[in-house]
Design a protein around this ligand. Structure first.
Ligand code: RP5
Length: 154
């Protein structure tokens, strides 16, 4: 993520990865404030053993696109909700990649972070049957939790 301030959003991705038993690392890498750190991380991510990158950033959110430019790994971008423009700036700056360098862009905020983790899990599950089973189970549990009628207590 681009900043400590993104963690409140991005922790929802980390928590789901934890639940699904997927090894992961959470790092602060800013495209603007720590460009050398970004270069080093993105260039070395594949050889370091990473298989999918989730990049969350807000405002002028260059992190996902710049990361994707420097790695062949799949990159999922999470637009963090900004104070000034409610994350619409983040969304547009992540989603509008030029043809040739893709970033899979998720929804703004918590839902995007959670879905980035689920999408990463789905990618990894293609070559990991045990993970595929855990993901199926997680989805079945989610389905079973949905009541048929609404309640006043919720
Ligand atoms: C972006 O700027 C970060 O991803 C963050 O969402 C936003 C604001 O950062 P802070 O000023 O809160 O550190 O680079």
């Amino acid at each position: 993520m681009g900043s400590q301030s993104d963690w409140a959003t991005m922790r929802h991705a980390a928590e789901l990865l934890e639940v699904l038993g997927i090894a992961h690392e959470a790092r602060i890498v800013s495209a603007h404030r720590t460009p050398d750190r970004l270069y080093e991380f993105a260039k070395g991510a594949k050889s370091a053993g990473f298989r999918v990158i989730i990049a969350g950033a807000g405002g002028a959110a260059h992190l996902p696109g710049m990361t994707a430019a420097m790695t062949p790994l799949p990159v999922f971008g999470v637009p963090v909700e900004s104070k000034a423009l409610s994350g619409q700036d983040s969304l547009l700056s992540i989603v509008q990649m030029p043809a040739g360098i893709p970033v899979g862009t998720l929804a703004i905020g918590k839902a995007g972070a959670a879905n980035a983790a689920l999408l990463a899990a789905a990618v990894l599950a293609l070559s990991d049957d045990a993970l595929a089973a855990r993901l199926d189970e997680w989805r079945a549990t989610q389905t079973a939790r949905v009541a048929e009628q609404p309640t006043d207590d919720a």
